[in-house]
Design a protein around this ligand. Structure first.
Ligand SMILES: Nc1ncnc2c1ncn2[C@@H]1O[C@H](COP(=O)(O)OP(=O)(O)O)[C@@H](O)[C@H]1O
Ligand SMILES: [Mg+2]
Length: 249
């Protein structure tokens, strides 16, 4: 049993007319061009699109790591631009988990210490039962006292995923989290993210350009030139691949 928590809103995150422009004049790039989208709670959403379509920019702006040029982003009820820098830092710390392509583990710490590091830094005690469940589900119980250099790439990324889940965030963002892994290790991470959604009620938003990775999600958003051009529910790898081919990319 884990401690009861208040029911989160049905929409975990939302972008409204999100626009991000880099540069000025001749060098202007419209990385996001009026994106409006809801990310449902307790669901796994994949963001797909060709290189340069704005996937990372969308994720970073929705996750509060970057700011929009215009438009709004909500995490739960909080509109990010209305928050102070301090409030934003706390929201990122308490409500959001991140998994990137690079594992970003601290080499001198054990797997377990890496997993609890963000909470230790925040001076918070991990919920022991939740942490046990995370470690069990992610299949790391016998690796907790190993350092990153003693773990395979797949195991290191599992540590990174466990770290993202440890504080029981309301939403987890991943940018190509399986991009550095072979297909088997990638499949393990993707299965785990799916289990975290199905069995633990987590919310996951993942950027990927891989149709197989996207097939683990409940919903897929397709971006092109900074706009959402399509979406798909209950995707299969074949359906996603067909969809991409249809677009000629
Ligand atoms: N910091 C930046 N400065 C200038 N242009 C950027 C910056 N970050 C991204 N871009 C541009 O914005 C567009 C979208 O980039 P990005 O969101 O990284 O795409 P994706 O993740 O889909 O490959 C690209 O044209 C990219 O070159
Ligand atoms: Mg990217």
């Amino acid at each position: 049993m884990t401690a009861p928590i208040a029911a989160p809103p049905a929409i975990a995150a939302r972008a409204v007319d999100a626009t991000k422009v880099y540069g000025k004049g001749d060098t202007e790039v419209r990385a996001l061009d009026g994106v409006t989208v809801d990310f449902p709670a307790h669901a796994f959403t994949a963001i797909m699109g060709p290189s340069g379509s704005g996937k990372s920019t969308l994720m970073q702006c929705v996750a509060g790591l970057d700011t929009l040029t215009s438009g709004q982003v909500f995490i739960g009820d909080a509109e990010l631009s209305s928050l102070s820098e301090k409030q934003l830092t706390l929201l990122r710390r308490d409500k959001i988990g991140f998994v990137f392509q690079a594992f970003n583990l601290v080499p001198t710490l054990t797997a377990e210490e890496n997993i609890t590091l963000p909470m230790d830094l925040a001076g918070r005690k991990p919920d022991k039962e939740w942490l046990d469940q995370v470690v069990r589900t992610v299949g790391l119980a016998d690796r907790l006292h190993h350092r990153p250099s003693e773990l395979s790439g797949g195991q290191q990324q599992r540590v990174a995923v466990a770290r993202a889940l440890a504080s029981r965030p309301e939403i987890i963002f991943g940018d190509e989290p399986t991009g550095n892994l072979d297909s088997r290790a990638g499949a393990e991470i993707l299965s785990f993210l799916r289990d975290a959604v199905k069995q633990m009620g987590q919310t996951v938003v993942m950027v990927t350009h891989d149709p197989t990775a996207a097939s683990y999600a409940d919903h897929v958003l397709f971006l092109a030139d900074g706009k959402i051009v399509d979406r798909m529910d209950e995707p299969t790898a074949d359906a996603v691949l067909d969809r991409i081919k249809q677009f000629g990319r």
